[in-house]
Design a binder for this molecule. Structure first.
Ligand code: ADP
Length: 428
């Protein structure tokens, strides 16, 4: 117990009984400050004005019975512990008293110092525990309300993000569609330019001067570059719109590599680079999309040639296991600094992002290449050292993932014929 005296209110119309209670508590050695009331009305007045640590209440009072007084006290919001002192024969209503809010009860005839002190301590302990529980409850309620509010705020944020996501997706779709439309529309006049410049170069179309021939050749070469870039943009927009899929079939990988390297030879010759193949395949037959695998090789080879000024570019192919194949494109070029390696596979990322950059390109080649290899269930990695060169390493299964041509809905021999008859490498 605290050293400060306990504030006790004794409500009893009998002065002798009040004194008995007072004495009993004091005799137990408890320091108390006693206030007294003789009637219910008097008790209510005091209780409304002051707070007490415990109330001792005579069950039978002149103006009201104890039960009604307890109900009144509790309905006033007074929560102090309350011990009812009953007369002979009043014990039967004990249950009602407890229900109404009494902390305990004791027959007046059984009052002893020890009992009263014990009851007082118990009632106060219970009261304190109840107060603490109420406090904890209140805090829990507050936390719960806070959580509900936070949850509401989070839900609102989630809705907002969802809304923004929808808008972004819509914007991205529009962008992809725009890219697809523009690149598609640009390809038509460009193909005409390529076709006519090729025609002009034919001897049957009359003799051009040397200067004119060179100019037309440059129109043709630049047009082809432009077409390749447009095709990259178109492929990228297809990838973004999830409209690019593989058309696997059986073919000879060695033939594909040799043919692709052959097509790139003129570029390597222009830069006086050695272009070679090192193919060590026990079994060269694979099941994959030849057009897309060729596109991957063209991307890697044209990068290798573009970023190599002297030395060699070579393609290596071998089996890691009967089912896993390795294709590597090596060069002795400028290499890539470690801090740039991480993002070269991202779309539109180039080591040199300046407007005055030396090497042309869209920055889409490796992004498309990586997506294609992943669609085939393979991986692509790079080992590179600035000033020494780079190796782009592809690992794929002999049997690539993706739907087989014959199983594809709507696929047929007409499409197959168109695909194999395609004259330009990157025009699918
Ligand atoms: P692009 O070639 O159109 O710029 P890519 O996506 O093919 O775009 O390549 C991204 C960047 O990665 C290139 O701009 C270049 O900086 C770097 N890179 C790719 N291949 C090589 C290579 N063989 N050697 C050095 N740098 C390379």
């Amino acid at each position: 117990m605290d050293s400060a005296p306990l504030r006790i209110l004794i409500v009893d119309d009998d002065a002798v009984d009040r004194m008995a209670v007072r004495r009993a508590i004091k005799n137990a050695g408890i320091l108390i400050e006693v206030h007294e009331a003789e009637t219910c009305a008097g008790a209510i007045t005091i209780l409304k004005a002051e707070a007490f640590d415990c109330i001792f209440l005579d069950y039978r009072l002149p103006d009201r019975d104890g039960l009604t007084l307890i109900q009144t006290i509790r309905s006033e919001g007074i929560v102090s512990p309350l011990i009812v002192l009953t007369g002979q024969g009043d014990e039967q209503i004990a249950v009602d008293l407890m229900k109404a809010g009494a902390s305990d009860y004791l027959a007046k005839s059984k009052i002893t110092s020890g009992r009263l002190a014990q009851m007082l301590r118990n009632a106060m302990r219970v009261h304190q525990a109840e107060q603490q529980a109420a406090l904890v409850n209140q805090r829990l309620k507050e936390s719960y309300e806070l959580l509900v509010e936070q949850h509401k705020a989070l839900e609102e944020q989630r809705q907002q993000i969802h809304q923004q996501n929808l808008q972004l997706t819509h914007a991205a779709e529009l962008k992809s569609r725009f890219l697809a439309t523009v690149s598609h529309e640009l390809r038509t006049p460009l193909n005409a330019i390529l076709g006519f410049s090729q025609m002009l170069l034919r001897p049957s179309k009359g003799k051009l001067t040397e200067k004119q021939t060179e100019m037309v050749q440059r129109i043709f070469a630049n047009g082809k570059n432009l077409l390749e870039m447009l095709n990259e943009v178109l492929d990228f927009s297809r990838i973004e719109a999830n409209r690019l899929d593989l058309k696997p079939e059986s073919f000879n990988l060695e033939h594909l590599i040799t043919a692709t390297v052959g097509e790139m030879r003129s570029l390597a010759v222009l830069k006086q680079l050695t272009l070679a193949t090192e193919i060590h395949l026990q079994n060269a037959v694979v099941f994959n999309d030849p057009v897309r695998l060729r596109q991957v090789l063209v991307n890697l080879l044209s990068n290798a040639i573009k970023f190599t000024d002297t030395g060699k570019v070579w393609v290596e192919a071998q089996e890691i296991s009967p089912d896993r194949l390795l294709i590597a494109v090596h060069d002795t070029g400028i290499g890539i600094a470690p801090e740039h390696v991480a993002y070269i596979f991202e779309a539109f990322r180039q080591v040199d992002q300046t407007d005055s950059r030396k090497y042309a390109g869209t920055g889409l080649g490796l992004a498309i290449t990586q997506t294609l290899i992943q669609m085939m269930g393979g991986t692509i990695t790079v080992a590179t050292q600035p000033g020494q060169g780079s190796t782009f390493l592809i690992e794929i299964s002999r049997q690539a993932e993706g739907q087989a041509e014959g199983n594809r809905p709507g696929s047929g021999s007409a499409e197959q014929a168109t695909r194999s008859a395609l004259p330009q490498p990157l025009t699918r």
